[in-house]
Write a protein that binds this ligand. Structure first.
Ligand SMILES: O=c1[nH]cnc2c1ncn2[C@H]1C[C@H](O)[C@@H](CO)O1
Length: 361
């Protein structure tokens, strides 16, 4: 709020690294395309729709993931919709004071052609995962031009769909640094998949091709998932990673190599990833240990939130100071997947805005 500004002095200089494009759609846009395309939705007004799509008391990760089923059919398979959600996303982040954002999504989950099985029960169309990436790239670029911030994207492999992973990495290669900066592995990490080796092979190809890598791990899953993400999949950042603290040896090792953790405080409460008692949250340990981590929204549509919600939680319940907010955002910039020169430009901008001498963090 205005009376209690969080990181207000530094507004316009935040960095966000973990947010799902398909978890950040405006409800108005869902309603617009549902109506336009004749696709049924659980409500006709923002309020009604949000009654189904968003929530504010903890669920499990799989139950949370079911929320996407309500609204993805209205967006997936539509060129105008896919481009527009990317464009509007940039506007939203600019209004939240973000200078640089990496936004992630599964190209397959927005397609209706060249994808099997067909997501969201769509009928076959002609929008391929490749064209989805082109449309998102265009939306992000238009947004950058109009809202004066920097936006890059991360393409997600999905835990339950190993057969999609090779194409996800091929798309990362095709659009490398043309908006796309990395590959991710998202979805339900508690799921046992038969052909896990497909994910591993895809990540090996990413390493060979110089594609940056992040992996959702240690969110609902145990510390062993984080270990696997870092040492088998060669992740350079870990999505969430909260349960790493349950393996002190691994945690110590990852602190030593300055592994980056993409922390999403409000998300971790609502997906049941962490104890609902904020005073027991692993990010408090991260702060104490001066770990390398960022603060992120994850799925602001479903969590009915903005980045201020996440900053507010750690400030109110975990004793975060302005100094720590600065350090966190500088770490985020340092661990971003931007090419070196652009990363240095971003860091210079932050140091200047924060009134800091470079390398004094
Ligand atoms: O918090 C999350 N954990 C694991 N998977 C997630 C989370 N939020 C969203 N996803 C999934 C659902 C989306 O459709 C997909 C790509 O953005 O990633």
């Amino acid at each position: 709020s205005l009376q209690n500004p969080i990181f207000q002095q530094y507004w316009g200089n935040r960095v966000e690294l973990h947010v799902h494009l398909d978890g950040a759609i405006r409800p108005e846009t869902i309603l617009y395309f549902g109506k336009k395309r004749g696709i049924p939705l659980p409500g006709d007004t923002v309020e009604e729709l949000l009654k189904y799509v968003s929530y504010d008391t903890p669920l499990t990760l799989p139950k949370f993931l079911e929320k996407f089923n309500y609204y993805m059919p209205a967006i997936a398979g539509d060129r105008e919709a896919v481009k527009r959600i990317a464009y509007e996303f940039v506007e939203t982040k600019a209004k939240e004071g973000v200078a640089y954002v990496e936004v992630r999504y599964s190209p397959h989950l927005l397609a209706n052609s060249g994808v099997a099985p067909m997501p969201w029960g769509q009928t076959e169309g002609d929008l391929t995962p490749d064209e989805v990436v082109q449309l998102v790239n265009q939306g992000l670029k238009d947004g950058e031009r109009d809202f004066h911030i920097k936006a890059r994207s991360i393409l997600c492999c999905m835990r339950h769909m190993p057969s999609w992973s090779p194409e996800v990495v091929e798309l990362c290669k095709k659009y490398q640094n043309d908006s796309v900066v990395a590959v991710d592995l998202a979805g339900d990490e508690t799921l046992k998949v038969e052909d896990y080796s497909e994910h591993k092979k895809a990540y090996e190809e990413a390493v060979r091709s110089g594609i940056h890598r992040t992996v959702h791990a240690g969110e609902a899953g145990p510390a062993a998932m984080v270990k696997e993400a870092v040492y088998v999949l060669k992740a350079e950042r870990v999505g969430h990673g909260y349960h790493v603290v349950e393996d002190p040896e691994l945690y110590k090792e990852l602190l030593k190599i300055k592994m980056h953790f993409e922390v999403c405080p409000w998300s971790s409460y609502l997906t049941g990833a962490c104890s609902p008692d904020f005073t027991k949250h692993p990010v408090i340990q991260f702060k104490k240990d001066r770990a390398n981590y960022s603060l992120n929204t994850d799925d602001p549509l479903i969590f009915n939130s903005t980045i201020d919600k996440d900053y507010g939680i750690v400030k109110e319940h975990m004793g975060f100071t302005e100094e720590e907010f600065k350090r966190v955002n500088i770490n985020a910039a340092q661990s971003s997947f931007l090419p070196e020169k652009e990363k240095q430009e971003l860091l210079t901008q932050l140091y200047k805005a924060y009134g800091m001498v470079p390398n004094a963090s």
